[in-house]
Design a protein. Sequence first.
Lengths: 151, 312
Amino acid sequence: MLGNNQRVSPRTQGTVPHPLRSRAGLGPLEVRLLDILWSRADAATVGDLQQACPALAYTTIMTTLDRLYRKRLLLRQRAGRAFAYRPRCSRDELLSELVSGHVTRLLGASAESHVVLSTLVRAVRDADAALLDELEALVRAERSQLRGRGR
Amino acid sequence: MSAIVLVGLVVLATFGLASMALSGLLALVWRLAARRRADTSLDLLSLRLLPAAGAALLALAVVLPAFLSYEPPREDEAAGPWLWMFAAFAAVCLAHGIWRGARACSAARALLGRCGPAAPGDGPHGHPLHLPQAGEPLAAVIGAWRPRVVVTESVRAACSPEEFSEVLAHEAAHLASGDNLKLLLLTSAPDVLAWTPLGADLLEHWRNAAEREADQRATGADRERRLALASALIKVARLQQGPGEPHAALGMPVAADDVAGRVRGLLAPPAGAVRPAIALALAVCALLLPLIAVPRYALLHELIERLVALGR
């Protein structure tokens, strides 16, 4: 349950996290409910969230949470007859994932369009960890040889 | 048909024909010898640009002056269907080249836009450095006209300060040699090779040569620095492998063998400078061709007239 001190202030309600809205395409209400869930240590039911946002109808919150769940942003579990919701990841993780997704998509498109890009190492096709181990051992051996000469 | 339209058609048609002929010639030469002999990125760049640049040189510095010198001023000459067809083919090649270049620049701009603000002066030689938080491991120079260095936090976190410094030196080498501008030229070269596997093959060879040369320029003969860059390459390759699928989306995928080749190259003593023999030979040909053609303008004009009348 949310205590009075956990109620979302009008200022917080109006502070719409811009990166999330623009990058994830989330609506203001979705961002507001996500913010409340991130501020909580435990999962919250629709009733809990309605206490934090008394101006919102129960069904509005229920629909919005269901939408967030379908967008794979929330996890849910049964809590009696209702569902309790909690975020699938932290706010920072989500932002990082979104940026990463954009970069991946853009670079994915670039494979075809040859974006003007010179990368240090391009995507390694063969997941050859053994080869990389071998190379690392070579570098280590070369380093110790170099240090041995320096002494 | 007005004389100016005819001149335009002749230039375009010559460009189209020469571009096709040079592409065929390049395919043959590449298969027979050049694949093994083209060692430097400049050689590969000049080979890849040969069909378009050679055709442009032939059309503008040989055919155009020959045609203008010998063509009598008249307005009644009609062009045959073949001239129109070759000119249309050249126009399609040019338009598609421009479109590919514009698309590549636009993709680079979009990518930079997503990378967040740059830290001014933190990059190599005082260039702005972008350090996005994105999980994708990326150390790159992005953009052709105003290239920016982008290194994701995951790469910086994985590298030691010495290794990170070499990563920046490698990117600085790309900046200094204008590799992204060259890449833009290669991407937008208006010829038929752009639609063939040979075009992709040449581009891939050039990319690999440019990376090896950037490694060499970044580290010089300093063994400590070469080891630091080799170690950074391995770390970034490992990051790209990740726990699951390799990040095939990061540009064109390369085999792990290529990373191995670069690491082994850095561990070996630095090789001496290789002269770009093919590029030099082609440059000499480009300088001589317009001069050699001057005494043959009459013959050239005769050939052009036959082309204009072909199929009429």
